[in-house]
Design a protein around this ligand. Structure first.
Ligand SMILES: Cc1cc2nc3c(=O)[nH]c(=O)nc-3n(C[C@H](O)[C@H](O)[C@H](O)COP(=O)(O)OP(=O)(O)OC[C@H]3O[C@@H](n4cnc5c(N)ncnc54)[C@H](O)[C@@H]3O)c2cc1C
Length: 448
């Protein structure tokens, strides 16, 4: 008989928490998971999945127009936000059900309550019950940051964007990261007038500069407006419900909705970390070692709350490695090298490995190959939008150290190519592969 109620108590049933619970239970552990909102976490409920479905929905605006050039008689089509929104939310409900089934079939006890740590082995639930566990896993994710600004309460974050009553006529999106650019693409395609307001002059920090510049150029061409180096002063709500953003300098911007996409901070507030001496780093993330163990021996943390790489597949891997390490007698760490990522903007972009600037800093001499082309489909559609593929190669070893692209289906193509970059293949090995013609991806083996 164990001295504890559970072998493992997981706080947060998101990407990392669900995977860790399921795998630990499969290894024979007695597991409980507390979730204060909905099973599935950010990715399934208000992140990757509903966002991608909105992106699919939004893309029809261009597809329907292009279809005419391909011979289809497309009448002027109307769009109903509520139909898309409700269908997306119904799909989210379905997926939440699947996640619950998985936990149930692994005999994981699901507790729909907020949990707070009260000691190295104890947790208090919002309903009042206190439980003990040999190990505790913190997988509470991250939470949108809203700037401290007069009138900020009139704005929304991505959390609320999925539930809007209507697609806004005029939306201002504050921020320059992937969430800002993705929602800018969505709302623009759905007919909103979109302005991105950014504190600096840089969009999508961390992605290759040429690729980012191309997105800015295409977005501007499509009609998305940008205001860079903008310092907001306050948001005013007018009597008719519309908003007006005032800046420290420059003209105010009137709009109907303001959406903050100004970063996500580790979700640790009120979690009781001090009761178990769980330490945070200087950015407020839970400090962990390579096995995801915190400064308290019996407490581990995975996913966004540790702010290593805020991506779903990373949280899932961390949760899986934790469960194998602690309950599967198979100590495993996660390899963070060459993790591919994408921005599902219009058009999407994706990258893996080092950007040109990073490679120059790290390796000294690099060779860069680019292909700047108009995809065949865009040519026939009369769409003046060019794709850009870029390969960064270590000049000494000829190994491909980075691959970056913007254009239709870039994330789909990059996922496959990332295997080759991760495997350390050389430019020559790319070139040795015969092109698959006609495709956009063939550019990868034809770079000169
Ligand atoms: C709009 C948006 C789009 C995104 N798109 C992508 C994408 O395209 N690709 C990608 O890889 N990633 C994307 N992400 C990021 C991705 O969603 C996260 O990296 C991932 O969900 C992190 O998983 P996690 O397990 O760390 O936390 P989460 O999935 O956030 O789960 C944490 C859970 O803990 C619960 N919780 C918190 N505190 C408590 C408590 N005290 N008690 C009980 N429960 C608690 C929360 O309710 C939540 O359900 C996106 C995020 C957002 C916001």
């Amino acid at each position: 008989m164990s001295d504890y109620d559970f072998d493992l108590f997981v706080i947060g049933a998101g990407s990392g928490g669900v995977r860790a619970s399921r795998v630990a239970a499969a290894h024979g552990a007695k597991v409980a998971v507390a979730e204060e909102y909905r099973v599935g976490g950010t990715c399934v409920i208000r992140g990757c999945v509903p966002k991608k479905l909105l992106i699919y929905g939004a893309h029809f605006a261009e597809d329907l127009k292009d279809a005419r050039r391909f011979g289809w008689n497309v009448p002027d089509c109307g769009f109903e936000w509520k139909v898309l929104r409700d269908n997306v939310l119904a799909e989210v409900d379905r997926l939440e059900g699947l996640y619950k089934n998985t936990l149930e079939s692994h005999k994981v006890e699901m507790i729909p309550e907020r949990a707070t740590i009260t000691g190295p082995h104890s947790v208090k639930l919002s309903g009042g019950r206190e439980v003990t566990a040999k190990y505790i896993l913190i997988s509470t994710g991250a939470w949108p940051v809203v700037p401290d600004l007069e009138g900020a309460e009139h704005g929304i974050t991505s959390n609320e964007a999925f539930h809007l009553e209507d697609a806004p006529k005029r939306i201002v999106i504050v921020g320059g990261g992937y969430i800002a650019n993705e929602f800018a693409g969505i709302f623009h395609q759905l007919g909103s007038h979109v302005t991105i307001v950014n504190r600096s002059s840089v969009l999508l920090r961390g992605y290759d500069e040429q690729i980012r510049d191309r997105l800015l150029q295409i977005s501007t061409m499509k009609g998305i407006q940008f205001r860079f180096n903008a310092e907001m002063e306050r948001i005013e709500k007018n009597a008719d419900g519309t908003l007006c953003i005032h800046f420290k300098s420059g003209d105010p911007i009137p709009c109907d909705t303001v959406m903050f996409a100004t970063g996500r901070k580790p979700h640790v507030e009120g979690l009781g970390l001090e009761s178990a001496d769980v330490e945070l780093d200087d950015k407020g993330a839970i400090k962990v070692d390579e096995y995801s163990r915190t400064s308290c021996e019996s407490i581990y943390a995975v996913g966004d709350v540790t702010d290593r790489l805020q991506l779903t597949p990373v949280a899932i891997r961390e949760g899986h490695a934790f469960a194998d390490t602690v309950f599967g007698d198979n100590p495993r760490t996660v390899d963070y090298a060459c993790v591919p990522s994408a921005v599902f903007s219009h058009p999407p972009l994706a990258g893996v490995g080092l950007t040109e600037a990073q490679a120059k800093n790290k390796l000294g001499t690099v060779k860069v190959y680019t292909s700047d082309f108009r995809p065949m489909k865009n040519v026939l559609a009369g769409r003046d939008e060019r794709a850009l593929y870029k390969m960064v190669v270590d000049a000494t070893t000829n190994r491909v150290v980075g691959l970056h692209m913007i254009g239709p289906d870039a994330p789909e193509i990059l996922q496959a190519a990332a295997i080759a970059v991760k495997a350390g293949l050389t430019k020559q090995q790319f070139d040795d592969t015969v092109a698959l013609h006609p495709s956009m991806a063939e550019e990868l083996v034809l770079l000169k």
